[in-house]
Design a protein around this ligand. Structure first.
Ligand SMILES: [Zn+2]
Length: 137
């Protein structure tokens, strides 16, 4: 079992600039954000959103979940997503692996910091709690 971030509709729409173009339940990563969002988070959306590994689209709500995948499988999901998104240079396999490792590290850091069931939002490099797990009073 691995703790990961998946797309959720919970609380999505509660905040004015919420977007949800992902498939509920798909694996998410915390992608790089553009320069416009660095100045004005939410300018294009990438600075306040998580990106879906399958859909390559954005959502502003993620939930911490425990899934029946191995670490190798999660890494492979990230790898295929980055490859499909055209992030890899075929001549630089080490660089590609480094990107996978960094993306996985960001996910893991957040997914182990918050409890399973926590709904999360993002503002640039900060991921914050939007809703506590139902199990917590
Ligand atoms: Zn942006």
């Amino acid at each position: 079992m691995m703790r990961v971030l998946i797309a959720t509709r919970r609380t999505n729409g509660d905040v004015a600039n919420d977007v949800d173009y992902c498939v509920a339940g798909e694996l998410l990563m915390i992608g790089e954000y553009c320069d416009c969002c660095r100045i004005d988070p939410g300018s294009c959306g990438c600075g306040i959103a998580f990106s879906g590994l399958n859909s390559h689209r954005m959502t502003t709500t993620a939930i911490v979940a425990e899934v029946a995948l191995s670490e190798a499988e999660v890494r492979e999901a990230i790898r295929s997503s980055l490859r499909a998104g055209g992030w890899f240079d075929a001549d630089e396999p080490e660089l590609a692996e480094q990107m996978v490792a960094e993306a996985w590290q960001r996910i893991q850091h957040v997914a182990t910091h918050f409890e399973v069931g926590t709904v999360l939002g993002r503002r640039l490099d900060v991921v914050y709690e939007r809703e506590v797990p139902a199990s917590r009073p």
